[in-house]
Design a protein around this ligand. Sequence first.
Ligand SMILES: *Cc1c(COP(=O)(O)O)cnc(C)c1O
Length: 382
Amino acid sequence: MTLALDAPTVSRPTLTIDAGAVTGNVATIRGYTRGEIMAVVKADGFGHGMVDVARAAIAGGATRFGVTSLDEAFVLRDAGFTQPVLSWLNPVDADFAAAQARDVEIAVPSRAHLDAVAGRAPGARIHLQLDTGLARDGASPAEWPALCAAARRAEQRGLVTVVGVMGHLPCAAQPGHPANEWGRRRFAWGVRVARAAGLRPVDRHLAATAATVSDPASHHTMSRIGAGLVGIDESQTVRLRLALRLVAPLVTVRTVGPGTPVGYGHTWATPRATRLGLVAVGYADGLPRSAHGRAEVLVSGVRRPVVGQISMDMIVVDLGPDPAACPADVGTLVTIFGWGEEGEPTVADWARWAGTSEHEIVIRLGRRLRRVVVNCATEVPA
Ligand SMILES: *Cc1c(COP(=O)(O)O)cnc(C)c1O
């Protein structure tokens, strides 16, 4: 689908967020699980705008939200969302009282966190968090039985309610990886230990996007979907719809002779006479410098290489010598990445050129870009 871009939209670099893609992606992912969908809108909705992504996810059937910090949870409450919100990565001295006052559920990865929540936020609804294979967030199996027992004692004293148990798989992007089987078993064990301690966690959640679409054995009562909201499935199981498009006008176009070095460090020189187009988007806007030498953009329907170093504020595009092959003038729109339907690069292309993940490309897109939210796709391409 071609997005009609009106003149004010394209007068400067513009990041277009297709909220309809988010809605459609949630609907698609719901087809893979009978569990509830928690929309993970951390890191400003994976760089797409937390509130817009949250609203679109609810429209697609998500019933609650997950974030890391309490501050992110409060942004959702300030925006008026009344759905359950879970926050799972907090220092032990975080403002749990404010979380409780604003009806934010808290993940508890350690005994110290349990004591802090029970002491400062009596009545809190908590999810006990078990490490299921990343050695990162979540209590170790060695600590788990004692954490469950302590949580039960706090529950009996009316200080907390254990509403959930959560884990996270280390290698869900590789569905056959043995660490996933191991993580599933550890999670099942963790739930059994919690029940044996007298806890009755109604929300049991292990799967994120990749496991939800590729590994039904990882499903429990709920899935936590982050990357999938914005069109990224690292397991490559399902074709989701990308939600971002970055377009900028050519600022200048110049004709240069052969052997003209371009950009800082003179890392590249024109092999022949050509036209060079300047685009006012650089690494300050989130383009990865490491894509140097590989990156391309779409100009007048043609892929053209980004030449020379990626600068803080700009890139240079080799438009080629022939205006008939690639018409380009001041103001011509350049698609840096998009939904891939018109031959433009995608976020996955940029991730490959930069040697990183799609996640890292989308979350780094800077505040300086003009942001426009549209709703032009609620269907997922077949
Ligand atoms: C970020 C995060 C998610 C979302 O994972 P995706 O793979 O992006 O869907 C789920 N759970 C936890 C604990 C996370 O930190």
